[in-house]
Design a protein around this ligand. Structure first.
Ligand SMILES: Nc1ncnc2c1ncn2[C@@H]1O[C@H](COP(=O)(O)OP(=O)(O)O)[C@@H](O)[C@H]1O
Ligand SMILES: [Mg+2]
Length: 247
């Protein structure tokens, strides 16, 4: 469904993303894991078409996107790391705004908003202003906004930062539902337990480069000492990326 080949992005002399390649299938959740500054958001931005790669390309269902107006762009939904919501508007009016960006209108827009609010369990709060929402509710609404146009590929950039355990679990349940519907999910995080719970495959990036692309079991066996029990993902991650501080 999604294939990225040799993506590279520099900011001045900084190489933020350096020759990153991976593929993502339908019904699969790929965990893109990396410390702060590893290049996760820059990678997601290039896939979403918000940032232009210096080189490399992104293929959607085998085809490269040709510019901003390519209809295949509609097959991608983005749930950005920084909340993209209007605090003064109600949940429903926020979604009306985002739906309009995708040219949804009338009954189709109403149905899309209704379904998205049901999924994230905010239907009964639809007429409340976002400024009165908790962090978890805002995150769930941010997820709903990325789903309105029913994309095949959903890019989730650290979608659970600052949420309580209930909202976090609700988001995980939402993602399982979406996976069951055959969506391809790319999920960036630096929370190991999230990747452990959700990911079918894990790509670890550090300093802009892919340093592992494997299943959880594959990663564990890579760092396990012979005869010892499997390491948890956090131990694997620290072995792969080192212990130096990143922020
Ligand atoms: N617009 C930008 N201008 C300059 N440097 C940037 C910009 N965006 C990201 N960077 C730098 O690129 C690197 C990767 O950033 P980012 O992709 O946001 O990492 P992550 O999402 O993994 O924390 C970091 O060193 C960051 O400071
Ligand atoms: Mg980021």
């Amino acid at each position: 469904m999604l294939e990225i080949n040799h993506l590279r992005k520099t900011f001045g002399r900084l190489v933020a993303v350096d020759d990153v390649s991976f593929t993502l299938q339908r019904g699969q959740l790929l965990g893109l894991l990396g410390p702060n500054g590893a290049g996760k958001t820059t990678t997601v931005s290039m896939i979403a078409g918000i940032a232009t790669p210096d080189s490399g390309h992104v293929l959607i269902a085998g085809r490269a996107l040709s510019g901003d107006t390519d209809p295949a762009k509609r097959r991608i939904g983005l749930v950005p790391q920084d909340l993209a919501l209007y605090e003064e508007l109600t949940a429903r009016d926020n979604l009306r705004f985002f739906g309009a960006l995708y040219n949804l209108a009338g009954g189709a827009l109403d149905r899309a908003i209704g379904a998205a609010l049901e999924l994230v369990e905010l239907a009964d709060r639809r007429n409340d202003r976002v400024k009165d929402f908790s962090g978890g509710m805002k995150r769930r609404l941010n997820l709903a906004a990325g789903l309105l146009h029913d994309p095949d590929i959903l890019l989730l950039d650290e979608p659970t930062v600052g949420v309580d355990p209930q909202s976090r679990n609700a988001i995980f349940d939402n993602l399982e539902v979406l996976k069951g519907r055959g969506k391809a999910l790319l999920y960036t995080t630096h929370y190991m337990e999230e990747a452990e719970r959700l990911a079918d495959r894990i790509v670890v990036i550090d300093h802009g480069r892919v340093i592992a692309d494997d299943t959880l079991a594959g990663l564990q066996s890579r760092v396990a000492a012979a005869g010892s029990p499997p390491a948890n993902l956090e131990a694997v991650f620290l072995t792969l990326t080192g212990r130096s501080l990143r922020d």
